[in-house]
Write a protein that binds this ligand. Structure first.
Ligand code: 5RP
Length: 236
Protein backbone atom coordinates (compact mmCIF):
# COMPACT_ATOMS: atom_id res chain seq x y z
CA UNK A 1 0.00 0.00 0.00
CA UNK A 2 2.81 2.43 0.83
CA UNK A 3 4.84 1.93 -2.40
CA UNK A 4 7.57 4.51 -2.98
CA UNK A 5 6.75 7.33 -0.59
CA UNK A 6 8.40 10.68 0.10
CA UNK A 7 9.92 10.90 3.63
CA UNK A 8 6.97 12.99 4.85
CA UNK A 9 4.39 10.56 3.51
CA UNK A 10 6.37 7.62 4.88
CA UNK A 11 6.38 9.30 8.31
CA UNK A 12 2.59 9.76 8.15
CA UNK A 13 2.07 6.21 6.90
CA UNK A 14 4.15 4.50 9.59
CA UNK A 15 2.46 6.52 12.35
CA UNK A 16 -0.97 5.61 10.97
CA UNK A 17 -0.08 1.94 10.56
CA UNK A 18 1.14 1.71 14.15
CA UNK A 19 -1.95 3.46 15.52
CA UNK A 20 -4.22 1.11 13.54
CA UNK A 21 -2.98 -1.63 15.89
CA UNK A 22 -4.90 0.06 18.73
CA UNK A 23 -8.22 -0.73 17.04
CA UNK A 24 -9.86 -3.96 18.18
CA UNK A 25 -12.93 -5.79 16.95
CA UNK A 26 -16.12 -4.55 18.60
CA UNK A 27 -14.83 -1.01 19.14
CA UNK A 28 -16.48 2.24 18.10
CA UNK A 29 -13.72 4.41 16.66
CA UNK A 30 -13.57 8.08 15.67
CA UNK A 31 -11.82 8.53 12.34
CA UNK A 32 -9.96 11.81 11.88
CA UNK A 33 -9.54 13.99 8.82
CA UNK A 34 -6.46 14.96 6.80
CA UNK A 35 -3.67 13.21 4.93
CA UNK A 36 -2.34 11.29 7.96
CA UNK A 37 -5.85 10.24 8.99
CA UNK A 38 -6.45 9.10 5.39
CA UNK A 39 -3.49 6.72 5.76
CA UNK A 40 -5.08 5.41 8.95
CA UNK A 41 -8.41 4.80 7.22
CA UNK A 42 -6.65 2.93 4.39
CA UNK A 43 -4.68 0.80 6.89
CA UNK A 44 -7.87 0.00 8.81
CA UNK A 45 -9.66 -0.86 5.57
CA UNK A 46 -6.91 -3.35 4.79
CA UNK A 47 -7.31 -4.91 8.25
CA UNK A 48 -11.08 -5.16 7.71
CA UNK A 49 -10.74 -6.78 4.29
CA UNK A 50 -7.78 -9.04 4.96
CA UNK A 51 -7.68 -9.74 8.72
CA UNK A 52 -11.39 -9.78 9.56
CA UNK A 53 -11.22 -6.74 11.87
CA UNK A 54 -14.80 -5.67 12.73
CA UNK A 55 -15.42 -2.23 14.20
CA UNK A 56 -17.71 0.74 13.65
CA UNK A 57 -16.16 3.99 12.45
CA UNK A 58 -17.44 7.51 13.16
CA UNK A 59 -15.95 9.85 10.55
CA UNK A 60 -15.14 13.49 11.32
CA UNK A 61 -15.86 14.82 7.81
CA UNK A 62 -17.66 13.93 4.60
CA UNK A 63 -14.22 13.28 3.04
CA UNK A 64 -13.34 10.70 5.67
CA UNK A 65 -16.81 9.15 5.51
CA UNK A 66 -16.45 8.61 1.76
CA UNK A 67 -12.97 7.11 2.08
CA UNK A 68 -14.00 4.86 4.99
CA UNK A 69 -16.95 3.45 3.04
CA UNK A 70 -14.75 2.98 -0.04
CA UNK A 71 -12.24 0.86 1.88
CA UNK A 72 -14.94 -1.30 3.52
CA UNK A 73 -15.26 0.20 7.01
CA UNK A 74 -18.75 0.18 8.58
CA UNK A 75 -19.66 3.83 9.10
CA UNK A 76 -22.11 5.07 11.74
CA UNK A 77 -22.94 8.55 13.03
CA UNK A 78 -21.84 9.85 16.42
CA UNK A 79 -25.45 9.87 17.56
CA UNK A 80 -25.73 6.18 16.67
CA UNK A 81 -22.47 5.39 18.45
CA UNK A 82 -23.25 7.67 21.43
CA UNK A 83 -19.81 7.09 22.95
CA UNK A 84 -16.52 5.98 21.40
CA UNK A 85 -13.74 3.75 22.64
CA UNK A 86 -11.07 5.57 20.71
CA UNK A 87 -10.48 8.39 18.24
CA UNK A 88 -7.40 8.53 16.03
CA UNK A 89 -6.71 11.80 14.22
CA UNK A 90 -3.91 13.93 12.82
CA UNK A 91 -2.78 17.33 14.09
CA UNK A 92 -1.13 20.45 12.74
CA UNK A 93 0.98 20.97 15.87
CA UNK A 94 1.45 19.23 19.24
CA UNK A 95 3.50 20.29 22.25
CA UNK A 96 4.97 18.33 25.15
CA UNK A 97 1.70 18.51 27.11
CA UNK A 98 -0.07 17.02 24.08
CA UNK A 99 -1.99 20.23 23.50
CA UNK A 100 -2.83 20.52 19.81
CA UNK A 101 -3.62 22.86 16.98
CA UNK A 102 -6.05 21.20 14.60
CA UNK A 103 -8.25 22.34 11.75
CA UNK A 104 -5.74 22.80 8.95
CA UNK A 105 -8.06 20.54 6.96
CA UNK A 106 -11.13 22.51 8.03
CA UNK A 107 -12.78 19.74 10.06
CA UNK A 108 -12.00 20.95 13.59
CA UNK A 109 -15.61 21.14 14.78
CA UNK A 110 -16.56 17.53 14.15
CA UNK A 111 -13.05 16.48 15.17
CA UNK A 112 -13.36 18.14 18.58
CA UNK A 113 -16.85 16.78 19.23
CA UNK A 114 -15.83 13.25 18.25
CA UNK A 115 -12.54 13.32 20.19
CA UNK A 116 -14.29 14.67 23.29
CA UNK A 117 -16.85 11.85 23.07
CA UNK A 118 -14.08 9.22 23.17
CA UNK A 119 -12.47 7.33 26.04
CA UNK A 120 -9.13 7.94 24.37
CA UNK A 121 -7.74 10.22 21.67
CA UNK A 122 -4.59 9.17 19.86
CA UNK A 123 -2.86 11.65 17.56
CA UNK A 124 -0.85 10.44 14.59
CA UNK A 125 1.72 12.86 13.23
CA UNK A 126 4.99 13.19 11.40
CA UNK A 127 7.82 14.45 13.59
CA UNK A 128 7.72 17.97 12.08
CA UNK A 129 4.41 18.59 13.90
CA UNK A 130 6.14 18.65 17.30
CA UNK A 131 6.70 22.20 18.61
CA UNK A 132 8.04 23.83 21.78
CA UNK A 133 5.16 26.34 21.75
CA UNK A 134 1.94 26.20 19.78
CA UNK A 135 1.17 28.98 17.35
CA UNK A 136 3.49 28.96 14.34
CA UNK A 137 0.72 27.14 12.47
CA UNK A 138 -2.19 29.56 11.94
CA UNK A 139 -4.93 28.76 14.47
CA UNK A 140 -8.22 27.88 12.71
CA UNK A 141 -11.43 29.26 14.22
CA UNK A 142 -14.81 28.20 12.83
CA UNK A 143 -17.33 31.06 12.64
CA UNK A 144 -20.86 31.29 11.32
CA UNK A 145 -21.11 33.16 7.99
CA UNK A 146 -23.50 35.80 9.38
CA UNK A 147 -21.43 38.80 10.44
CA UNK A 148 -18.10 37.00 10.06
CA UNK A 149 -16.32 40.32 9.57
CA UNK A 150 -17.61 41.46 12.96
CA UNK A 151 -16.41 38.21 14.55
CA UNK A 152 -13.02 38.76 12.91
CA UNK A 153 -12.82 42.33 14.24
CA UNK A 154 -13.80 41.17 17.74
CA UNK A 155 -11.14 38.44 17.62
CA UNK A 156 -8.43 40.88 16.53
CA UNK A 157 -9.47 43.28 19.30
CA UNK A 158 -9.33 40.46 21.86
CA UNK A 159 -5.88 39.33 20.66
CA UNK A 160 -4.42 42.70 21.59
CA UNK A 161 -5.12 41.92 25.25
CA UNK A 162 -3.80 38.33 25.15
CA UNK A 163 -0.39 36.70 25.58
CA UNK A 164 0.13 36.03 21.87
CA UNK A 165 2.65 37.42 19.42
CA UNK A 166 0.48 37.89 16.30
CA UNK A 167 -2.71 39.87 15.88
CA UNK A 168 -3.93 39.15 12.39
CA UNK A 169 -6.89 36.98 11.33
CA UNK A 170 -7.72 36.06 7.74
CA UNK A 171 -10.75 34.43 6.13
CA UNK A 172 -9.82 31.03 4.67
CA UNK A 173 -10.55 30.93 0.95
CA UNK A 174 -11.23 28.16 -1.54
CA UNK A 175 -10.16 29.77 -4.80
CA UNK A 176 -12.03 33.08 -4.98
CA UNK A 177 -14.78 32.03 -2.52
CA UNK A 178 -14.78 31.60 1.26
CA UNK A 179 -14.00 28.06 2.40
CA UNK A 180 -17.19 26.31 3.58
CA UNK A 181 -17.01 23.67 6.31
CA UNK A 182 -19.20 20.55 6.57
CA UNK A 183 -21.46 22.60 8.88
CA UNK A 184 -21.69 25.39 6.29
CA UNK A 185 -19.52 27.76 8.33
CA UNK A 186 -16.39 29.77 7.53
CA UNK A 187 -12.87 29.43 8.93
CA UNK A 188 -10.77 32.33 10.20
CA UNK A 189 -7.04 31.58 10.46
CA UNK A 190 -5.29 33.45 13.29
CA UNK A 191 -1.65 34.27 12.56
CA UNK A 192 -0.28 34.32 16.08
CA UNK A 193 3.33 33.02 15.82
CA UNK A 194 3.39 31.92 19.48
CA UNK A 195 0.55 31.19 21.92
CA UNK A 196 1.59 31.82 25.54
CA UNK A 197 -1.55 30.44 27.21
CA UNK A 198 -3.47 28.08 24.90
CA UNK A 199 -6.07 27.16 27.55
CA UNK A 200 -7.01 30.77 28.21
CA UNK A 201 -7.03 31.66 24.51
CA UNK A 202 -9.31 28.73 23.72
CA UNK A 203 -11.83 29.77 26.39
CA UNK A 204 -11.81 33.43 25.39
CA UNK A 205 -12.19 32.67 21.67
CA UNK A 206 -15.27 30.53 22.27
CA UNK A 207 -16.99 33.42 24.08
CA UNK A 208 -16.87 35.71 21.04
CA UNK A 209 -20.24 35.99 19.24
CA UNK A 210 -20.19 34.09 15.96
CA UNK A 211 -17.38 31.72 16.99
CA UNK A 212 -18.51 28.10 16.87
CA UNK A 213 -15.27 26.40 17.91
CA UNK A 214 -11.51 26.86 17.75
CA UNK A 215 -8.70 24.49 16.78
CA UNK A 216 -6.97 24.36 20.18
CA UNK A 217 -7.35 20.89 21.69
CA UNK A 218 -6.40 21.10 25.37
CA UNK A 219 -6.56 18.05 27.68
CA UNK A 220 -8.15 15.99 24.92
CA UNK A 221 -5.23 14.05 23.43
CA UNK A 222 -3.96 11.09 25.49
CA UNK A 223 -1.21 9.73 23.29
CA UNK A 224 0.75 10.68 20.21
CA UNK A 225 2.24 8.30 17.66
CA UNK A 226 5.09 10.06 15.86
CA UNK A 227 6.34 8.81 12.50
CA UNK A 228 9.78 9.56 11.05
CA UNK A 229 10.84 9.66 7.43
CA UNK A 230 13.21 6.72 7.95
CA UNK A 231 10.34 4.52 9.14
CA UNK A 232 10.91 4.84 12.90
CA UNK A 233 7.87 5.28 15.14
CA UNK A 234 7.69 6.71 18.68
CA UNK A 235 4.69 6.46 20.98
CA UNK A 236 4.33 9.03 23.78
C1 5RP B 1 -8.11 18.56 9.80
C2 5RP B 1 -7.00 18.41 10.78
C3 5RP B 1 -5.87 17.53 10.38
O1 5RP B 1 -5.78 16.48 11.27
C4 5RP B 1 -4.61 18.34 10.41
O2 5RP B 1 -4.77 19.44 9.53
C5 5RP B 1 -3.40 17.52 9.98
O3 5RP B 1 -3.51 17.22 8.62
P1 5RP B 1 -2.43 16.33 7.88
O4 5RP B 1 -2.48 14.96 8.47
O5 5RP B 1 -2.88 16.37 6.43
O6 5RP B 1 -1.08 16.99 8.07
O7 5RP B 1 -7.01 18.94 11.85
O8 5RP B 1 -9.05 19.48 10.23
Amino acid sequence: MSGELSPIDKAKFVAAKRAAEFVESGMRVGLGTGSTAAWLVRCLGELVREEGLRFKGVPTSTRTAELARDVGIEVISLDEAKWLDLTIDGADEFDEELSLIKGGGGALLQEKIVATASDQMVVIADAAKEVGHLGAFPLPVEVIPFGWQTSLALIEEMLISMDVMGRKATLRMNGDRPYITDEANHILDLHLTRIGNPRQLSMVLNQIPGVVENGLFIDICDKVVIGHGDGRVEVR
